[in-house]
Design a protein. Sequence first.
Length: 367
Amino acid sequence: MSPVKVGVVGCGTISSIYFRIGQEFSALDIVACADLVLERAQARAQEFNIPRACTVAELLSDPEIRIVINLTIPAAHADVGMAALEAGKCVYNEKPLAVTREDGKRMVDLAREKGLLIGGAPDTFLGGGIQTCRKLIDDGVIGEPVAATAFMMGHGHESWHPDPDFYYQPGGGPMFDMGPYYVTALANLIGPVRRVSGSTRITFPERTITSEPKKGAKIQVNVPTHIAGVLDFYNGAIGTIITSFDVWAHACPRIEIYGSEGSMSVPDPNSFGGPVKIRRPGDEVWEDIPLTHGYSENSRSLGVADMACALQSGRPHRANGDLIYHVLDIMHAIHDASSEGRHIELESGCERPAALPTGLAPFTLDE
């Protein structure tokens, strides 16, 4: 079967892993790249032997390109995504789908109207670590999921990032920066969420950059930096999530799932590998579980390859629009619950993505 021709919009730092891994999948043929700074696209094209570096408009007008990978900044995700859909392309957005619910829904609705596929990052839930956890849950190893916890806590980016200001402006903050990894993992492992509540705060209204080149500059914080949410899943499980830029140190796990027959330690959802551990009644220590699936190294573009396979076969793709919009809706709803002082019933929903088969050959996604 012929590979699906792909164009990449946005040739910043993260694009390198998409080019490198994407070229390993026989389902993908990356034929063009574009950037607002044409020289940046030309540099990537030369580095990864991409046939064509061009403007965004030229890429979107290429009739052979079927998938556009949108690696622009979050504020541009909606505009570039809508333009690609209007041009008849399927779209795979970097996280988040969009900054606002409204823009995210517009893209998902337009894709559905035009019969196109839309999806996006993170695709880390397709990695060997979380797919192993998914198999353990589906096989009933820890029984029925009863509860979950997820923690992403640190003290922000101003001590190491060269330009950290945008992390503290609308569209930023710990939930929208890192929350997609955690919420997507939970939706894959447990299922969709029906209701949320939450509390948020800004602990430090002003922060001082201690990294170069802006050392000493002040940041005015305009988004919550400590967010605590409670997620009521449709299957009855209750999840607790904390994302924070206000914590100096902690010893909390990243994600744990608590079942009626045991507990599971889930690996870092911002990675593709392990470790995976379980502990059942009577066990005195956690048991390390060998990974049952491949893709345990950095495999970004896995979700794009899965979309291409879906185009070829007609099956649903896993990192799909309903899933990533549901994740966006959950993150906004936690903030809304805090500001409005009430539970938020979610209007969005999704199916749990199909689990990957075991025993796949490298750089394949179907048996």
